[in-house]
Design a protein around this ligand. Structure first.
Ligand code: MLT
Length: 266
């Protein structure tokens, strides 16, 4: 499946041994947002954190990055690493990719972690905004996107001038314009994934920042209601970036997912 489309070779980092766990970052970030989880979970799992196409150190070709294509990149990486089945964890855009992978290759997914993400497709207004943002990035570079994301991603307690906020801004501003444009165009075309989640039959955990302005609480709770047996972890003091804002709680939720999957796969 994964070699039938134009996949790219993703950059990745890998730590630990055992049950494979793939951590997919959101838009427009890179694998380093998972640093705390990579380090903490490597005592219990083989943690693989790629840079998605168009982000970090992975190739950033021109064009539209459909969610199926981005999922196929990850499947191709797992083929390269000889990993037939893994726990897939996705943050925001990463979550959309997990949902695409659940349609493409459900047999390869042993458990699902959905972090600050949601299953709905964009409305027309949002699609137009994304296309404009893609054009703007190609014309002017990545700073506009990075700047506008900064006002949305953190809970109120996080100081926008702190080293944490500065490091996240640096990640975003260094995402290539072709990557920003490709991901925005791909996200604009993504389908509704509600039915995919309704049919989920592997262990699942949702992690949501209580102060997330991008994925609001009602949307998260509606998503949780779709998934049989899901564990919903609502994190106080976190916005759209719970893995950075409240790393220990996020790690704890993912550790619980790993435990559930280990029992089920035994
Ligand atoms: C993300 O963090 O990946 C984005 O907010 C997702 C989106 O733009 O829908």
């Amino acid at each position: 499946m994964s070699d039938s489309v134009n996949t790219v070779d993703l950059y990745y980092e890998e730590h630990g041994q055992g049950l494979p766990v793939v951590l997919l970052h959101g838009f427009p970030f890179n694998h380093t947002i998972w640093q705390a989880q990579q380090a903490a979970l490597s005592d219990a799992a083989r943690v693989i954190a790629p840079d998605l196409r168009g982000h970090g150190q992975s190739p950033a070709p021109e064009g539209e990055y459909a969610m199926d294509l981005m999922a196929s990149d990850v499947l191709a990486l797992l083929d390269r690493l000889d990993v037939p089945r893994a726990v897939w964890v996705g943050h925001s855009l990463g979550g959309y990719i997990v949902m695409a992978a659940l349609r493409l290759a459900p047999e390869r997914i042993a458990g699902v972690g959905l972090v600050a993400t949601q299953p709905l497709a964009d409305g027309e207004e949002k699609r137009i905004q994304r296309r404009e943002s893609a054009e703007l990035a190609l014309e002017n570079g990545s700073a506009d996107t990075a700047f506008s994301m900064m006002s949305q991603i953190f809970a109120p307690g996080i100081d926008g001038t702190s080293p944490l906020a500065q490091s996240v801004y640096d990640i975003m501003v260094n995402t290539p314009p072709t990557g920003i444009a490709g991901a925005q165009r791909g996200m604009a075309q993504r389908p509704d994934s509600s039915d995919t989640l309704r049919g989920l039959s592997v262990p699942a955990v949702i992690v949501a920042g209580v102060d997330d302005k991008i994925v609001e609480r009602d949307t998260t709770r509606a998503m949780a209601a779709l998934i049989p047996g899901v564990q919903l972890v609502e994190v106080e003091g976190a916005g759209h970036m719970p893995m950075l804002e409240q790393p220990e709680q996020t790690t704890g939720a993912l550790r619980s997912l790993i435990r559930m999957v280990s029992v089920q796969e035994r």
